[in-house]
Structures are given as structure tokens and as C-alpha cells.
Design a protein around this ligand. Structure first.
Ligand code: GTP
Ligand code: MG
Ligand code: ZN
Length: 291
């Protein structure tokens, strides 16, 4: 049968839903190839009325992905921005925020921080805590997915945005508020465990009524960045980039080297120590520094 161009709009494990000429085909890939991400542009061969095979993935503008020691986990391709969704409740692991930002930077995708659940009293202090991120260049967008999402709307027009964050932060609630017909499942968080319940199980793209699209993804616990080399990790921290050329050694790793401008900034409080720790953790995991 004929080959057609399509766009991947949902990823369920190794099965894919592909939009082709206004129709949706259930697809698999041929053989064990590299992997397909949500919003990939693909060439599909139809194998039945509602089914097809992805023959190949067209070149990507960008790719947001995670990786651990075993494998790559593709989040989304060809996106305009990453919306890192966080909230004061359930208590987030802040590292996840930093790692999401690093992944976006390394993929060359701009990142915004959505602080959800402003209707909760805990949120005011959390917004304060995250204010240094605005100085790093990441817009902070506080809102309540339950009561008012208008602060986010202007950021979304005609853009493809992927939502990432821990379980229970309210990504799917946000999708439902912005895409009335989405009907994405949302889940109660567990107060006892102070955690989400991993309600969303697959990645899915929802077209926005005014143009653009939102990609919802399953809540993550870890954000592995094994695929990044030293230079890429360093370049993914805007606060390090500003100090480029100011360390004594041109190849300074900003660890224990003498006269390191980054460490001086950490000691003086201009760079957040927590982010410098995340930087070291990433290098350690990737075996770029010893223990
Ligand atoms: N108070 C309050 N609760 C919210 C808000 N947004 C979402 N929630 C609640 O937070 C819980 C988790 O919401 P979900 O949208 O399922 O969270 P998620 O990020 O999609 O979670 P996963 O799919 O597991 O990754 C639900 O009980 C929501 O009703 C908000 O703005 N305020
Ligand atoms: Mg969800
Ligand atoms: Zn240095």
C-alpha cells in the first residue's frame, strides 16, 4: 500500500497513534529501530483501514529525552517549548525541576516553569523559593489549573508545548482546562505518601483550540541525563555560561579546581548551591568525575 506522511499523536509503549490526512492509524514500527517520539513526523505504510507501520522518522527539529544506564526514554520531538509543571503539594523533588531544565537546554528548547495550585496556601512561599529561576531566564507562571489558567494562555498560542513534571503536579488537569474536549484522566494525590499516583500512562498530543498543541506526559520520578557529556552539561546551566572564561583554567570543571569562578559564585550565594549539587550529581552519574 502507499506510503503517507503522518504525525505521531500518542505513544503507548511500542504502539503509536499516528494522524494521517485527518484520520488516526494504530501503528507499530518495523523491526527494532531507534525509537519514535510523540509529535514525530513519520512515513507510514497503511496495512489496514485503521492500522499502519511506521517506516521511518523524518529528521527532527529537536528531541526532549531522558536516559538511564539501560535505555533512552523519548518524551517529545519538534516542540517549541517545555512547560515544567511543579507545585508545592505533593512535595516536589527540586532536583527534578533542575534536571528537566537541563534536558531542555541541552535539546535547545526553551523552558518555562508553571507553578500550579496557587489556590493552596503553601504555594506563596514556593513561588518565592523559585524566584531565582526567573533571573536565570526561565519565566515563572503561577496559576491554578483548577480555578484559572489564563496566565498561561498567551504563552501557548501557535506553539507546541510539552508538559513534564512529577506525578500529581496537575499536568493533565491543566490539559483539561485548556483543551475542553481532552478528557485526560486525572488522579487524586495520596496525602499519606505525599505523592501522585501516576495516573497518566502514555504521552499524548492535544491540539489547542486557538492553534498550537499541548503534549501531556506521564509523571516521572527520575530524570536521567546519561546522554550528556561534560561540555553539554556545563552549557545547560545559564549561570555558568555567564561566567565563561573567568575560571583560572580554561577547561575548569567547576569542582575542586583553584580559582574557579563558579565555585566562588556558589560560596558568595550568587549561584544556587542546590543547582551546583545537581550539576555534580549529573557528572558523577555520567562518570565524568570520580567519587
Ligand atoms: N488544589 C489544586 N489541586 C490541583 C490543581 N491542579 C491539579 N490538582 C489536583 O492534583 C491532583 C493530580 O492532578 P493530575 O492532573 O492528575 O496530575 P498529573 O501531573 O497529571 O499526574 P500524573 O498523570 O500522575 O503524572 C488531582 O487531584 C488534581 O485535582 C490545582 O490547581 N489546585
Ligand atoms: Mg497526568
Ligand atoms: Zn570553574
Amino acid at each position: 500500500m502507499t506510503e503517507r506522511l503522518g504525525r505521531v499523536i500518542a505513544v503507548y509503549g511500542r504502539r503509536y497513534r499516528v494522524a494521517v490526512d485527518g484520520r488516526e492509524l494504530e501503528c507499530v514500527t518495523r523491526g527494532k529501530k531507534g525509537g519514535v517520539a510523540c509529535n514525530d513526523r513519520v512515513v507510514v505504510r497503511e496495512t489496514g483501514a485503521d492500522s499502519g507501520v511506521i517506516e521511518r522518522v523524518l529528521p527532527r527539529d529537536n528531541l526532549l529525552w531522558r536516559s538511564d544506564e539501560h535505555r533512552a526514554k523519548l518524551l517529545a520531538a519538534n516542540v517549541d517549548q517545555v512547560l515544567v509543571v511543579t507545585a508545592a503539594v505533593p512535595t516536589p523533588r527540586e532536583e527534578l525541576l533542575d534536571r528537566s531544565l537541563v534536558a531542555a537546554e541541552a535539546a535547545g528548547i526553551r523552558a518555562l516553569i508553571v507553578i500550579n495550585k496557587t489556590d493552596l496556601p503553601e504555594t506563596a512561599a514556593y513561588i518565592q523559593r523559585l524566584s531565582p529561576y526567573a533571573e536565570l531566564g526561565y519565566p515563572l507562571i503561577p496559576l491554578s489549573a483548577r480555578t484559572d489558567v489564563t496566565p498561561l494562555r498567551p504563552w501557548l498560542v501557535d506553539r507546541v508545548s510539552v508538559l513534564v513534571g512529577a506525578s500529581g503536579m496537575g499536568k493533565s488537569t491543566l490539559v483539561n482546562a485548556l483543551v475542553p474536549q481532552a478528557q485526560a484522566a486525572t488522579g487524586e494525590t495520596s496525602e499519606a505518601l505525599d505523592a501522585g499516583r501516576h495516573t497518566t500512562t502514555h504521552t499524548r498530543l492535544y491540539p489547542l483550540p486557538g492553534g498550537g498543541a499541548l503534549i501531556d506526559s506521564p509523571g516521572m520520578q527520575e530524570f536521567g541525563l546519561r546522554h550528556l557529556g561534560l561540555a553539554e552539561v556545563q552549557a545547560a546551566f545559564p549561570e555558568f555560561r555567564r561566567l565563561a572564561g573567568q575560571c583560572r583554567f580554561h577547561n575548569c570543571r567547576h569542582l575542586q579546581e583553584p580559582d574557579c569562578a563558579v565555585r566562588a559564585a556558589v560560596d558568595s550565594g550568587t549561584i544556587l548551591r542546590a543547582r551546583w549539587r545537581v550539576y555534580q550529581d549529573i557528572l558523577r552519574e555520567n562518570a565524568q568525575i570520580g567519587h
